[in-house]
Design a protein around this ligand. Sequence first.
Ligand code: APR
Length: 232
Amino acid sequence: MRIVVLTGAGISAESGVATFRDSDGLWEGHDVEDVATPEAFERQPSVVHGFYDDRRAALAGVEPNPAHRALGRLGDVLGDDFFLVTQNIDDLHERGGSAHVHHMHGELRSALCRGCGARMSWTRELSDYPPCPGCGVSELRPDVVWFGEVPYGMDLIQLQLTRADLFVSIGTSGAVYPAAGFVQYAARHGARTLELNLMPSEGTHFFDEARHGRAGELVPVWVDEVLAGRSG
Ligand code: APR
């Protein structure tokens, strides 16, 4: 059985990473237009760098939770039959044991050079305008996909959704496309669909089944079910 899992901010909430649209979410304290658009970066690069530098630094203080670890276990067993795509820019899936993670909205611990186009692993600040180690130009930006930009690897994601027997969406509000449309795309290509989220998402009616609760509880239970089904 081939499984595609899509995750959003809700899977990292119990690790202490703020979601975007909950009442204590990131977008409550920030105007999206000020920090998460290419125009914002042109207008006020230091504000944008400061926002992402703070979030990158905060990764040092958070740990993966049982939901990340359960997906790591599942990936170990299923291998190529498992595809994990996340909208999250944190690295908690990797630290939770997932060997292959498709970060469709980019990664905090990565920088993108606007001079030469290179993407590189990056763990320190960007607000001091360091030069690109490749081309030497001081044009590094956070390697995150902002509103109005195209997510990474859509062709691969669509291919994986086409082949999936089961599509599972975890901890995402279903408010942002194209990810919010994956459930319908997968279903059209024959997948069963399952939502695991604290509350019904905006697209909850598109799923064959929805379970509502905390990811740290729902995901390990669901993974155990899948693994038991394989051995039984
Ligand atoms: N367990 C499961 N789900 C949870 C938990 C939890 N402990 N806590 C919150 N949630 C759910 C919320 O109910 C909500 O539906 O997670 C969802 C988080 O939704 P958003 O904050 O909108 O995050 P996400 O869906 O990942 O946002 C998508 O929007 O702003 C952009 O680029 C950003 O990748 C992000 C995209």
